[in-house]
Design a protein around this ligand. Structure first.
Ligand SMILES: [Mg+2]
Length: 208
């Protein structure tokens, strides 16, 4: 089993961060739905697409410390490393935001992984070179193929449905908010990291 995992909105949960940062910058009224989609939909509805783009750069570049790991994802990686399962992170991320300050988004993302203990042998112990931030979607697809993943987990059905998606890699949609309930999708879905651990790693092995 060679597992590949997406980064944004698969490992990192941003919902509360978008609402908090948008309120802090006075971009939205308090009654907006307090999720990433809620903030995006509001800014689009009032024709503030550029504010939405700048907000993303600000969060991904300057406020990553506010973002949380999805429940169970740190345990999932800890188990992979402890049980010798080949796991890597493959993400598509531009080096700097499209608009606004030129934050280094790759450095911010690696800093977040480090702060969460991903690279600490006493916590998770993932090798830093098992994390790939690719500049384009095509490069992400190529990396998944080059790393010959058995399975890849991503939150975007349109990415998993790419014609260039490696044919030998099984696809699992991570859908924590049930956004794709009832959609007719040609791949498995998982709503939690506990479910993914059961599906991909099996029951935990208890020592003693
Ligand atoms: Mg993602």
């Amino acid at each position: 089993m060679r597992i590949g995992i997406d980064f944004d909105n698969t490992i990192v949960r941003y919902d509360d961060v978008f609402y908090a940062a948008a309120r802090e910058l006075d971009l939205i009224p308090a009654e907006v739905v307090p999720t990433k989609a809620g903030v995006r939909n509001h800014l689009r509805a009032i024709d503030r697409e550029d504010d939405w783009t700048r907000l993303q750069g600000y969060i991904y570049g300057a406020r990553m410390e506010l973002a949380e790991p999805f429940p169970g994802v740190l345990d999932f990686f800890r188990r992979c490393v402890a049980e010798g399962v080949d796991v890597c992170i493959v993400s598509h991320k531009t080096r700097t935001p499209y608009l606004g300050e030129a934050y280094d988004l790759h450095a911010a993302a690696r800093g977040w992984l480090e702060a969460q203990g991903f690279f600490d042998p006493g916590a998770i112990g993932l090798a830093p070179e098992r994390v790939f931030f690719e500049l384009t979607k095509d490069a992400k697809l190529a990396r998944i193929g080059a790393e010959t993943r058995t399975v890849f987990v991503d939150d975007l059905p349109e990415f998993l449905a790419e014609p260039a998606f490696p044919a030998r890699t099984a696809r699992i949609l991570f859908d924590p908010n049930g956004a794709h309930d009832g959609d007719d999708l040609p791949f498995e879905r998982a709503a939690t990291w506990t479910a993914l651990a059961g599906r991909l790693l099996g029951a935990p092995v208890h020592a003693g």
